[in-house]
Design a protein around this ligand. Structure first.
Ligand code: GDG
Length: 458
């Protein structure tokens, strides 16, 4: 992407990964590399709650990247982030209307924080800047910037799935919120299914017209919906994984396994990730195949997230019970079938763990993309690669068709896939891995941001 085409890049996201902070979450690492390559500004919440300093911008510079962040007041944060973003929109976007907690206070807080972002950001925008706004926290931001006479190119990328219009309309006042998407010039989604949902919603619910090339016209706005499946830094992950072989932690893991085969799962602790169902499928495998006892070990890394939201505390309790139950039922004095770890690890170490696992078990009930699936594949040893068992309902399944694709709700199917993965011949593992790796090399993180920014500035 040539910086000449469209001046500075301004990235906006709820959370900003400040310099020297570990970037957890797929979005953070992708945005950091986009800005480092092109130079520009990253704007968003500082991650801090402070009533005194709320709304005051603070700046930091790191090479070509400038960071502008602000604190949020307790009440704004609770309504905007815990409330509307994570208790209303997140469950809706992940096909869980049963978990949607709608409340006017949350919506007001969400709009208030978006307005605050718009006010502060509008002052920083120069005429040539290209603005890239990320994710469901900031849907109305472009409309609020347009009200402040910002005419720049503004793109939006939704990192979650977008459900069909029949589900979207269950959101109270959905038109007021989703209609504002028309203020963007480009809306990026991970899959063609998400793109279809957006178009169907605009056409059927809002009466927009759809032209060739996914061009939409709604009122006086013309905009476009595009499919841009996010990738990873494939070469870097592969290199990290290889180098991790020399790390002490990897030697310790290997020693602790004592020749047992490792199955790995790595997910933010989130109900969308299908963890209870995954534990159940693993238990089903142990029940069905006693010959596997003592021969396998399942390592689930699940760093807690959004711990102040009740649904997340609930899933954490459920998983503790389930892991305890499985170990209680099947463990022997010298073997624990599940190692359940509520911690986060440096990326480079994670790649080493992935490489050492013969099976990557990635079974979200719904996921926009799922970068763990891609990282698992990229971390494998080309001579002796492991097998990816992947949910059909992760965006990644569209590209990684050579994984063993499963319905995560079907315990037997997941247990079957585990058995198949554990006994898959080397030649088949290599063939499947090569074909997935070809995709990951071609559609990596650089290709992703270049194609999105290319389409936005075109
Ligand atoms: C959202 C969408 C979409 C995990 N544990 C640790 C750790 N991670 C890293 C993984 C991976 C990232 O976090 C998780 O990304 P995912 O894509 O799997 O999931 P979400 O966080 O839900 O991301 C998702 C993504 O945005 C990008 O568009 O794919 O669908 O939900 O990179 O490696 N990183 C570190 N320690 C950990 O313990 N350092």
């Amino acid at each position: 992407m040539s910086p000449a085409r469209g001046g500075r890049l301004i990235v906006v996201s709820n959370r900003v990964a400040l310099p020297r902070q570990t970037a957890t979450g797929g979005l953070a690492s992708a945005m950091r590399s986009a800005l480092q390559e092109r130079g520009g500004l990253w704007f968003g919440w500082s991650g801090k709650i402070a009533n005194q300093t709320a709304g005051t911008l603070r700046y930091q510079q790191d090479g070509p990247v400038r960071y502008a962040t602000m604190d949020l007041s307790r009440s704004d944060h609770d309504h905007f982030y815990d409330g509307y973003a994570n208790r209303t929109l997140w469950p809706l976007l992940h096909y869980r209307p049963d978990l949607v907690d709608y409340n006017r206070g949350h919506l007001d807080g969400y709009l208030r924080v978006n307005r605050l972002f718009a006010e502060r950001l509008a002052e920083l925008i120069e005429p040539d800047d290209v603005i890239w706004i990320n994710d469901y926290h900031l849907i109305p931001l472009a409309a609020m910037l347009r009200q402040r006479h910002i005419r720049n190119r503004i793109g939006f990328f939704l990192h979650t799935p977008l459900p069909a219009d029949g589900l979207l309309i269950t959101l109270p006042r959905h038109r007021e919120l989703l209609g504002t998407l028309a203020s963007y010039d480009l809306i990026g989604l991970h899959t063609a299914r998400d793109q279809r949902s957006l178009e169907d919603y605009f056409v059927h619910e809002l009466g927009a017209s759809l032209r060739r090339g996914h061009r939409l016209r709604y009122g006086d706005r013309r905009f476009r919906a595009g499919v841009f499946p996010i990738g990873i830094d494939t070469q870097q992950v592969a290199q990290d994984a290889k180098q991790a072989d020399s790390l002490e932690e990897i030697a310790q893991l290997r020693a602790s396994l004592d020749g047992r085969v490792l199955i790995i799962g790595v997910d933010r602790l989130d109900y969308s990730k299908g963890l209870p169902q995954r534990f159940e499928a693993y238990a089903r495998l142990l029940e069905r195949a006693p010959e596997m006892h003592r021969k396998v070990s399942f390592l689930q890394i699940a760093p807690p997230s959004r711990g102040t939201v009740p649904e997340y505390r609930q899933i954490r309790r459920e998983l503790e019970r389930s892991a305890g139950h499985i170990n209680g039922t099947y463990a022997a004095p010298d073997w624990a079938p599940i190692r359940y770890v509520n911690n986060s690890f440096p990326h480079s170490l994670l790649s080493g763990y992935y490489r050492h696992a013969k099976v990557g078990l990635v079974t979200p009930m719904r996921d926009g993309m799922n970068l763990v699936a891609k990282e698992y594949v990229a971390s494998q040893d080309p001579d002796d690669p492991g097998v990816l068992v992947l949910s059909r309902f992760a965006g990644a399944a569209q590209e990684l068709s050579q994984a063993l694709l499963v319905n995560p709700a079907d315990t037997e199917e997941v247990a079957d896939a585990l058995e198949q993965a554990l006994s898959m011949p080397l030649a088949e593992r290599r063939r499947r891995w090569r074909s997935m790796m070809d995709v990951l090399e071609k559609q990596d993180i650089t290709a992703w941001r270049q194609s999105f920014l290319g389409a936005l500035t075109d």
